[in-house]
Design a protein around this ligand. Structure first.
Ligand code: HEM
Ligand code: SF4
Ligand code: SF4
Length: 523
């Protein structure tokens, strides 16, 4: 099944380099951690997890925190030194969890960009990701103030001098830091309030960020979560987070050690005029916000529901990775309460709903294949015709058909006298009865499925649903009668052509010729 847009979506330039880099590192991490626990494939979930670590440790710190200018520094020192075994560890976990959040967030941004998962209907998730960067940084920076050491003094003075460039506050806020005693408890309470309010805003924004994603992975697997906590705890014991000397508004702070994850902007504030720093940040954010349209992705036509075939079973609704299917009330008098309705502005044309529909069966020979839901540009009827023609043309005693997707290895290159290659928008579009059909009617010996690597499925859930359908844990099940030794699978990144060829070769070697190998009964 060809589609012009699919090839066009293959990455070029910087994106292609980043994609290669991620794929290579992920390949290594797959071997170290196993694909299920690979941290690079769980960056969004890890960011959520670090947020929770930072929130939980923050609550403990707040309980023992002295909320006045005079007591703040001493209370943090008490936690760090006297209560090093618990309060100190909580403080370090709070610090390192926040740093880890910035790292995973930025890697997550890069990875979504590298794998081209930020354009088309994904614009919303990308767009709402941008404020998360600034909220995370602002929340972290406001945390550094509360220690009220020389670093806090430096950051507070620099921040407010920078903010004062915008003449919205009557009196410059930086005046609060000009002389000894000018910092009062009321102003300090405002700083504390900001450090609680900003993370709450961040949480709200994180919720909006994943609102349009169906079944977002917001929790890492337990093994990864425990491993992460263990690592951060060990780090906290060996390199505890410490304070600078206490703040003294009467003196200019000594050279302070910056936390580069949060405070990278301060050297810029020191060396550039405030207006330029504002222009750089606003310009960079605007650029990020508009990236999904630079250039816009060529979107395939949205899936279409055929009312007279839809029985309202909800499988497409449950399997769509983008929440593009809703179940509406039925008004055509048929005896089912619901009917599927596609929201075309959310549909990526992945076809996973087609693979889920119970009416997507190729066995009705001689008839046109009309299913409950289909892709106008790449119909199931076309898929059947293409598969049948390709299988009929095969020769040899171990003929196989390879079903692949637009985003994994380009299977077109595998086409040969004994191998038929069929490409779909996502492997999740392949209804399991097609496997049964190919093996029982196609006159072939084997069916081989390939698609993106686990955790990297371009259409998010296509590989996961395919495996679940084949393992008979998710509807539509692959029928029990299908001989499993004639079905092979290999999930590979676009560049892993040789690994896929090797997997197919060894699958073919193990295949036994069937008695009906010469020309099966085709539709
Ligand atoms: C606190 C920071 C962030 C958190 C906690 C977070 C969390 C998440 C989560 C949980 C997902 C769903 C993953 C899945 O189940 O497939 C996701 C998806 C996504 N995020 Fe973030 N994210 C953050 C920051 C960002 C940033 C800064 C950007 C880019 C500007 C971004 C862009 C995206 C995109 C484009 C997706 C959609 C991926 C897809 O549809 O396959 N995120 N994020
Ligand atoms: S084609 Fe994909 S995105 Fe569109 S409705 Fe079907 S499953 Fe959802
Ligand atoms: S899977 Fe098919 S039959 Fe079931 S609700 Fe969706 S379109 Fe209708």
């Amino acid at each position: 099944m060809s589609d012009a847009g699919a090839k066009e979506r293959r990455n070029k330039g910087i994106r292609a380099i980043l994609e290669k880099g991620f794929t290579a590192v992920e390949g290594v991490l797959d071997r170290v951690f196993t694909p299920r626990l690979n941290p690079l494939t769980q960056l969004g979930a890890l960011s959520y997890f670090y947020f929770w670590i930072v929130s939980a440790t923050g609550i403990y710190l707040y309980i023992l925190f002295g909320t006045s200018v005079a007591s703040a520094y001493g209370s943090v020192e008490y936690l760090t030194i006297q209560q090093w075994y618990f309060g100190g560890v909580m403080r370090s976990l709070h610090r390192y969890g926040s740093d880890a959040l910035v790292i995973t967030m930025m890697l997550h941004l890069l990875r979504e960009y590298a794998f081209d998962r930020y354009r088309g209907v994904r614009w919303f998730t990308w767009f709402t990701g941008v404020p998360l960067i600034w909220l995370t940084l602002a929340a972290g920076i406001s945390g550094y103030w509360l220690v009220w050491d020389q670093l806090a003094q430096y950051i507070a003075t620099a921040t407010f001098e920078w903010l004062d460039w915008i003449p919205i506050f009557g009196e410059p806020i930086a005046n609060n830091f000009l002389t000894r005693g000018s910092m009062d408890d009321r102003f300090f309470t405002l700083l504390i309030f900001l450090h609680i309010f900003l993370p709450l805003m961040l949480l709200f924004a994180m919720w909006i960020h994943v609102l349009r994603i169906s079944r977002p992975k917001v929790n890492p697997p337990i093994g990864l979560a425990l491993g992460t906590i263990f690592m951060l705890t060990v780090l906290s014991f060996f390199k505890p987070a410490l304070s600078h000397p206490p703040a003294d508004l009467g003196v200019v702070p000594e050279l302070v050690q910056l936390d580069w994850y949060y405070l990278f902007v301060y050297p810029l504030i020191d060396h550039w005029p405030a207006g330029i720093v504002w222009a750089a940040l606003v310009g960079f954010s605007t650029f990020l916000c508009f990236m999904p349209w630079m250039p816009p992705i060529k979107r395939p036509k949205a899936a279409q529901v055929f009312d007279d075939r839809c029985n309202g079973c909800k499988r497409c609704f449950e399997d769509c990775p983008y929440g593009a299917v809703i179940m509406g009330p039925r008004t055509d008098g048929r005896p089912y309460p619901h009917i599927a309705v596609v929201n075309s502005s959310l549909c990526t044309g992945c076809g996973i709903c087609v693979g889920a529909c119970p009416t997507s069966t190729p066995f009705r020979t001689g008839q046109e294949l009309v299913t409950g839901i289909d892709l106008p540009d790449r119909t199931l009827q076309d898929l059947r015709t293409q598969a049948v023609e390709a299988m009929n043309a095969l020769k040899g005693d171990r003929k196989i058909v390879v079903f692949g997707c637009d985003h994994g290895v380009d299977v077109d290159a595998l086409q040969s006298t004994d191998t038929a290659a069929i490409r779909l928008p996502c492997i999740g579009m392949l209804p399991p009865p097609f496997i049964d059909f190919a093996l029982s009617r196609g006159g072939i010996e084997g069916v081989f499925l390939t698609g993106c690597r686990p955790g990297e499925c371009y259409q998010r859930l296509g590989v996961e649903w395919t495996k679940a359908r084949i393992n008979r844990i998710r509807d539509p099940y692959l029928r029990e009668r299908v001989p499993r030794d004639r079905l092979g699978m290999f999930w590979a990144a676009p560049g892993e052509v040789d690994a896929l060829k090797e997997a197919i070769k060894s699958f073919r070697k193990d295949l036994k010729p069937t008695p009906r190998a010469k020309g099966g009964e085709n539709a």
